[in-house]
Design a protein around this ligand. Sequence first.
Ligand SMILES: *Cc1c(COP(=O)(O)O)cnc(C)c1O
Length: 522
Amino acid sequence: MTITDSEFAAAQARIQAAYDPDLLAAASLKFSELISAHAQSIQTEDSIVLNWHHPAENIELARQFLQTQDNTDSTPPTQQDTIQEFQQLVQLMLDRGHNLQNPRYIGHQVPASLPLAGLFDAITSVTNQVMAVYEIGPWATAVELALVEMVGKEIGFTPGEFSGLVTNGGSLANLTGLLAARNLACPEFWTEGSQAQFDSKPVILASSDAHYSVTRSAGILGIGADNIIKIPLDEQRKIQPAALEELILKCRKENQTIIAVVACACATPIGAFDPLNDIADLCEQYQLWLHVDAAHGGPTCFSQQHQHLTAGLHRADSVVFDAHKMMFMPALSAFLFFKNKAHQFSAFQQQAPYLFDPSAPEIAEYDLGLRTIECTKRANSYALWGIWSLFGKGLFADLVDITFETAQIFYSLLEQAADFEALHTPECNIVVFRYQTAWLQSLPLEQQNLFHFQLRRQLIESGEFYIVHSVLDGQAAFRITVMNPLTTKVHLLRLLETIRHKASALQHAFPATQQADPCEQT
Ligand SMILES: *Cc1c(COP(=O)(O)O)cnc(C)c1O
């Protein structure tokens, strides 16, 4: 069955209306009005951070909108109608979203991205810029390679010797870096998979606080999650070099192949930076691949004041470095660097002949799809290239300096408060702390833990603040990460006040009888 001429014409008219450049012009004006008003509102004192609704309620509302439009039997709407509906939809998205740019969002390590970065990024979506080979995304490829060069130099890699790529997040970057290491250590893994016969068992030595994506990578790569050997940490949760050396010698003695040593800059639990130079010394001595997960802390290399934390980062064979954490970028844009550019193709060795053109072999150097897990890859560096070009790299140093300092201010507020306890001295912008009164301490640990979980839930559902919870050594705690440079001491004092206020209300419900320790299963 084919469609009739009149059906075809009607379909064509609807398509043309959807593509109409005048509609785009009108929608863009409306968009600019709404997004600016939203940005203003976020900065006002009583604006809500998370507009909490139960998931079922949100899904129901989302479904209703999908069901109201049935464009096959109605006359086409006027442009004015469409703009009105567009406005309603944009406003709803803004209202129901999470306001990560609110200075009282101090939760996960997700930035208060610069709204202007989003405008640059919108070019990617509005004009659908993608990459795999140079010719499909020439400008996307150019900005990515220029950024790889500039960020790599900040890290301290030798110009001309290193290489890198941008991929969809730190987790994929960890996987890709460890895949390159695995292929170099055990080449038969790539071709033979689980059928390969190894003379010695492949293992990864990783910080006990390494991100879970490292464990997942070991699972995905066929190394096995159980073959991650955890490197013991000191009391500041940093890798102990002496313990690492012992493990290396033990693996040698037991005839195990160490695919990589994984260190963190910083690890997520409390933001601890591993001693990279000491670890790099050992990796050089024993000729081991050093992979450093600097997804969060990499941008300290922009800051005069804090670059000591990542001293030695340039000695790693592979480095993960997220732009969507401490460089203002909207998700996702993560760098993976290789100290030795010969390793840039080690992760993915197969060819896709229709993609790569033998009439211009020198262009393959610029066909970035050879190096990433993605085939079609969203051009995700427009925003970083735009912001760096507009404001200069000094703005990245400012972000590190201000947010780290604000975390120190928070730490001193905790030290001064009799009813709060910091669980560590912060090295960056992550602070883990507990509410601690004599009454709460008189309860069993599982009740104290439950109290922290319940209090946080009330706090985030109120929309006043967004913070996260953490569990350290069996103790539930609150965890903040100061991602927004507009978060100040005033907000942090108010956070402590709000917690106190909610705690005294919650106190009446305790001790709770029925629940088990919420930390037992984590
Ligand atoms: C955030 C983070 C990751 C995961 O990165 P995504 O971009 O969220 O996939 C990995 N490691 C560390 C240390 C991180 O902070």
